[in-house]
Structures are given as structure tokens and as C-alpha cells.
Design a protein around this ligand. Structure first.
Ligand code: PMP
Length: 401
């Protein structure tokens, strides 16, 4: 091997799509590929509460000196409360420790590196399908991957029986990655009863749940969305949570996330954190401050926090109403498919059921961009493009059955 003969790496499927979209000169183009929230005007705005916090920080900031390796302590405290709920036992007892991270991806990676260090022969179980970067992150940390069944195309819902059966066979100390809410890419989540059943399986089989919590507030609400992970906290098992504030604070490019380590007692959690700190030290030394300072500030101020919760509710409200409008728009065009399942899915993503050939037709003939497999970001639908989108989907269902 010689550096001069290095071939280009394959493009990232989702980010590559955005590049192609940007270059597309057709004015009617629609981007349903990228995973960012968009408002009615198709913009990804800075939240008003975030702007306010930035102005305050700009005025009051006195130093750019390094943060501790595990990040701003006040951020860790507020985030633990947001993720687990105010006054939750894991927080009161001190058996959770937090490490601020560069986005949810950073939290997944440092969590995966930590697990890998002590469990070198464990596998990481990922839902089929999942966010493609899960595969990359766990492979980069040295994990062999396995899939557990998740989505059932025939019912367009959860393959719960198969999922539970597979997870009941996962060995002790393997790592099972679970999406707390707003599953990416399908939009299909577990019910409260199903979560309790999976927690009981974990307790019996003693595998390690690693939760990806990237969409808190986008499913049913900030509080309701954490329900899935709560039963796992009672099992006494190690639990990891990778939280991201890219979506619910709109802090995409500020790389703001956190890894929560839940142990069975405070001493164990503290010991784990020292290893995560050692990993962070050699990866990026310490985290960036800006996004975390914003989040800590908003969460600490009751009126700003209430205003932010209102902004999250509004984003979720828009997603729900867009899902409705899409289902109605397609029904009004008499399409031969019942798309009402789009209403049942939660979060920004929806498995539309469109085939790869239909996805290609929409991109080439209609300038409508979606990810292969038919995942759409419903937040990319606006009052301005809804009719064109519905007309185009109705057409592709006829032209490419
Ligand atoms: N997990 C899932 C399921 C996601 O969809 C995303 C963002 N697309 C992330 C994690 C990572 O988010 P971040 O940008 O905060 O790294």
C-alpha cells in the first residue's frame, strides 16, 4: 500500500444526496433526504431561545479556556434531568455520570469505545434497518455487528415478535442499540408495554442496552418520549444513553450531545467515567463549549425553558400536521395505496413504502430527493411543495408500479 494509490472513499449515502440536491438547477426540487427539521418556509431556523441564550453568553462570557474533559458540570446535571426526568432515582442516588460529547454521534462513539475496551468479544446488535452511521460507529470502535428484526414491511409496523425472540437469544454482555423514540429511518416505535417486555428480556439475558436518544420531544413530547428507557433503569443493568441536541435545540453544527453512564452504584459509575475521560483525552481532548453553554442556560432558566419547550412542541406539531396533510393529499388523488400508516409513524422520518425504482424516478424526473429504501424526512414538506409532491407520488405509483 502506498498513499499515492489511495482510491476515494465511497460517498456518505445521505450527505451525498444533499450535495446532489444543491447542484440540481430545477426550481421545483424538494429535499426529503437530509435529516434536519425545516419550517413551513423550508428553512432550518435558529430557535429563538437559542438566539437569546447566545446573546446573553456573548455579553457575559469571560473566557474561552478549556472545559473539563467530561464537559460543563452544569450541563451534565441539566441534561441528566432532561433525559431521565426531574428527581429520578438514578440521578438522586448518583449512579449516573454524564460526559458532554460532540453531538449524539460523539456520545455513541465514546460509549462504544468504552464498552469495547472492557468487553472485547461482545457484539453490537442494531435494528434492521437502522441509521446507517450506527454500523459505521460500532465497526470503527471494533465491534462485530448483528441485526435484530425491527420493521415489518407487510404491516408497515413493528416486527415485535421476531424482535423479542432475537433479543431473547442475545448473549450476556452483548450490546443492544435501541432508539428511544422516533426510530430512524422507519418512524415506527415500541409501545410502553413492548418496552417493558424488552427490559424484562434484557434483565433475564443480561445484555447491555445502549439507547440512542436523538429526537426527544419529536415523538409525543419531551416527557413522554423518555418512557421507553425508564423500565431499563430498574433492572440494575448497566445502561448507556447517547443524547443529542441537534434536533430539539436545532444545534446541528454546534455538536452538542452527552453520554450518560448508568451503573448499579455511584462508585461504579464514577470509575466508568474515568475511562470515558481517558478515551476522550486521546480522541479530542475535551468538548466544545458553545452548544452546551446554550443548553445549560436555557434548561436552568424557568421562563427560557418554558419558551424552549414551546418551540419543541411547535416543531412536533408541524411534523404531525404535515403527516396528516400528506396522507390527505395522496388520498385526494385516489392513489391505489393506503398511506394512512404515515400518520402512525413518529418523528421526522417515514418509511414511505416507495421502491428504489420509484425513488429513482422521483429524483430523475421530478427533482424530489429521498434516501434509497424510500425514507422521507416529512419536515421537508411545506405548504408550497405539498401539491407538487402528492401529484408526483401519484404519478410514480402509476408509471412505475
Ligand atoms: N442517532 C440518530 C438515530 C440520528 O438520526 C442522528 C442524527 N441524524 C444521530 C444519532 C446523531 O446526531 P448528531 O448530529 O447529534 O451527532
Amino acid at each position: 500500500m502506498d498513499l499515492r494509490s489511495v482510491a476515494p472513499a465511497p460517498p456518505d449515502a445521505i450527505l451525498g444526496l444533499t450535495e446532489a440536491f444543491k447542484k440540481d438547477p430545477r426550481p421545483e426540487k424538494i429535499n426529503l433526504g437530509v435529516g434536519v427539521f425545516m419550517d413551513d418556509a423550508g428553512r432550518t431556523p435558529v430557535l429563538a431561545t437559542v438566539k437569546q441564550a447566545e446573546e446573553d453568553l456573548q455579553r457575559e462570557e469571560t473566557t474561552k479556556s478549556y472545559l473539563p474533559i467530561a464537559g460543563l458540570p452544569a450541563y451534565g446535571e441539566r441534561v441528566a434531568e432532561l433525559v431521565f426526568g426531574p428527581g429520578h432515582e438514578v440521578v438522586r442516588s448518583g449512579r449516573v455520570r454524564m460526559a458532554q460529547s460532540p453531538g449524539g454521534t460523539g456520545a455513541l462513539r465514546i460509549g462504544a469505545e468504552f464498552l469495547r475496551k472492557f468487553l472485547p468479544s461482545s457484539k453490537a446488535w442494531l435494528s434492521a434497518p437502522t441509521w446507517p452511521n450506527h454500523k459505521g460507529v460500532f465497526a470503527a470502535a471494533g465491534f462485530g455487528a448483528a441485526d435484530y428484526p425491527y420493521y415489518d414491511p407487510s404491516s408497515r409496523g413493528l416486527a415485535f415478535g421476531k424482535m423479542a425472540e432475537m433479543l431473547d437469544g442475545a448473549p450476556e454482555n452483548d450490546v443492544v442499540v435501541l432508539h428511544v423514540c422516533c426510530h430512524n429511518p422507519t418512524g415506527v416505535d415500541l409501545s410502553a408495554d413492548q418496552w417493558r417486555e424488552v427490559a424484562a428480556i434484557a434483565a433475564r439475558r443480561r445484555w447491555i442496552p445502549f439507547f440512542d436518544f436523538a429526537y426527544q420531544g419529536f415523538g409525543a413530547g419531551l416527557e413522554a418520549d423518555r418512557a421507553g428507557l425508564l423500565p431499563f433503569l430498574e433492572t440494575g443493568l448497566p445502561v448507556l444513553v447517547a443524547a443529542s441536541f441537534s434536533k430539539n435545540f436545532g444545534l446541528y453544527n454546534e455538536r452538542t450531545g452527552a453520554l450518560a453512564l448508568v451503573a448499579s452504584d455511584p462508585g461504579e459509575a464514577a470509575a466508568w467515567l474515568t475511562h470515558v475521560q481517558a478515551l476522550v483525552r486521546v480522541l479530542y481532548s475535551n468538548p466544545p463549549a458553545h452548544g452546551a453553554a446554550i443548553v445549560a442556560r436555557i434548561l436552568a432558566d424557568p421562563s427560557e425553558r418554558a419558551a424552549w419547550e414551546g418551540e419543541v412542541d411547535a416543531m412536533r406539531g408541524r411534523i404531525v400536521s404535515v403527516r396528516d396533510a400528506l396522507v390527505q393529499g395522496l388520498r385526494a388523488r385516489g392513489v391505489p395505496v393506503d398511506f394512512s400508516f404515515i400518520r402512525r409513524q413518529r418523528g421526522m422520518f417515514s418509511f414511505s413504502g416507495l421502491t428504489d425504482a420509484q425513488v429513482a424516478f422521483l429524483r430523475e424526473k421530478k427533482a424530489i430527493y429521498m434516501v434509497g429504501g424510500g425514507r422521507i424526512n416529512v419536515a421537508g414538506i411545506t405548504p408550497r411543495n405539498l401539491d407538487y409532491l402528492c401529484d408526483s407520488v401519484a404519478e410514480v405509483l402509476r408509471a412505475v408500479p
